[in-house]
Design a protein around this ligand. Structure first.
Ligand code: TTP
Length: 393
């Protein structure tokens, strides 16, 4: 079966991290989000991957190439983000037979995706405490009878995960009219499929929709938590690696370093001397964590450098970010309330007691910069020495 992976979105809510990478290409542990979705599809038996690309499409093409995990890869271009049905419609000429659809920015538990593929036509459902902000499935036994968007009075607690197996005819049902919000929605294609076929609701036990920056931290925590200790890079005899720590070939860990798993130090990265890396942390390719630096529960993307005497907690640092000596991140509010972040102009709770900062690619801080919890720095911005940053810059 072919698996269509939707990866055309920009990810406006995860800005500034999506400034030069589409959201599905942001890293969770050792690979981009979209690769976790693709891996789940391959494990479930997909024999071809079709990526729908648009925003920053080259990043997707470069990563997946023409063959991935032993199966062929095709690309379909969606020129305008006109909705998820429109995205699949862009892939129509590639489709031949029953096909699966997965969101490229969602993490799905792979066993669930296996069951989904085996049960098609099917839709992946995840039980949530408050279904009112999701598409919610009505069922009769395991058969789906209806789907309603964001219902005030949800019929079940089964949220639509955006993972589907459609029958071959659905290829002809993709031209749905625009919804109230002006998008052509795949859920309208699902509604037609429910009307004409028996569609099975398949429970996906673990699922994460990555929309906002803190959800990327959650994705990283999930996928780092699945890694097992594996040390291939060079590690000084006085370094102490505790638990599930992965040090890739070509990474180096210097004297006096303590790393607590789950943690991943990618190829070309260097840590130390005398640094403390706590779980769950990703130190990306060619990133550097230097002397006297503590990093905790953070994503340092490729080339990010935190060189001297700094603290980084519960934060996401984009590619080639450079923190000057003594840069300190606050990740806890004095009133102990959840940290808030501005998402598309609105202050939104991260629902996290601890959350630090989100830093766009190539941003730099001078020495002794203090960054307040819940602040964002734009790509390329420079913060002068000694500044205290309490608002997004
Ligand atoms: P969303 O997360 O709803 O949209 P987005 O990725 O653009 O993010 P934001 O809302 O922050 O701007 O998209 C869900 C999935 O569908 C995601 O994998 C991107 C994909 N998608 C497309 O490929 N084409 C589209 O037209 C839309 C709306 C989404």
């Amino acid at each position: 079966m072919q698996a269509v992976v939707l990866a055309a979105g920009e990810g406006t809510r995860i800005r500034p991290l999506s400034a030069s990478l589409p959201k599905p290409m942001l890293p969770a542990a050792d690979r981009p989000l979209a690769a976790h979705a693709a891996d789940a599809a391959v494990r479930a038996g997909a024999d071809e991957l079709v990526f729908v690309v648009g925003y920053e499409a080259d990043a997707v093409r470069e990563y997946f190439g023409e063959e991935y995990a032993g199966i062929p890869v095709e690309y379909a271009v969606q020129h305008e983000q006109a909705g998820t049905a429109d995205a699949v419609r862009a892939a129509r000429e590639h489709l031949d037979g029953a096909f699966a659809v997965l969101n490229g920015d969602n993490l799905y538990d792979p066993a669930g995706v296996e069951r989904l593929f085996a049960a098609g036509p099917s839709v992946g459902a995840h039980r949530v405490a408050d279904p009112t902000s999701y598409g919610v499935l009505s069922t009769d036994g395991e058969t789906v009878t209806d789907i309603v968007e964001k219902p005030a009075d949800p019929p079940t607690d089964l949220a639509n995960t955006g993972a589907y197996v459609f029958p071959a005819e659905a290829r002809e049902w993709l031209d749905v009219p625009a919804s109230e919000r002006g998008e052509h929605e795949i859920t309208d294609v699902l509604a037609r499929t429910i009307a004409e076929h028996e569609v099975t609701a398949v429970e996906i036990d673990r699922w994460l929709d990555v929309g906002r920056p803190w959800e990327l931290l959650a994705a990283n925590e999930w996928k780092l938590g699945e890694l097992e200790r594996d040390v291939r890079g060079s590690v000084h005899e006085n370094a102490d690696l505790r638990g599930d720590v992965v040090v890739e070939e070509g990474a180096s860990i210097d004297a006096g370093v303590v790393i607590e798993g789950p943690a991943l130090v990618r190829s070309g990265a260097s840590v130390g001397p005398n640094a403390y890396v706590r779980g769950a942390t990703l130190v990306g390719e060619d990133a550097h964590v230097g002397h006297g630096v503590e990093v905790k529960n953070s994503v340092l993307m490729a080339g990010a450098t935190v060189g001297h005497l700094s603290y980084v907690g519960d934060s996401v640092l984009g590619r080639n970010v450079n923190f000057g000596a003594g840069t300190t991140v606050a990740n806890l509010r004095h009133d102990d309330q959840p940290v808030k972040l501005t998402v598309k102009g609105e202050r939104v709770s991260t629902d996290r007691r601890k959350f630090g900062v989100v830093v766009g690619d190539e941003a730099k801080t001078g020495i002794n910069v203090a960054l307040n919890a819940g602040t964002k720095l734009s790509p390329g911005v420079g913060i002068a020495p000694g500044e205290t940053v309490t608002r997004d810059r």
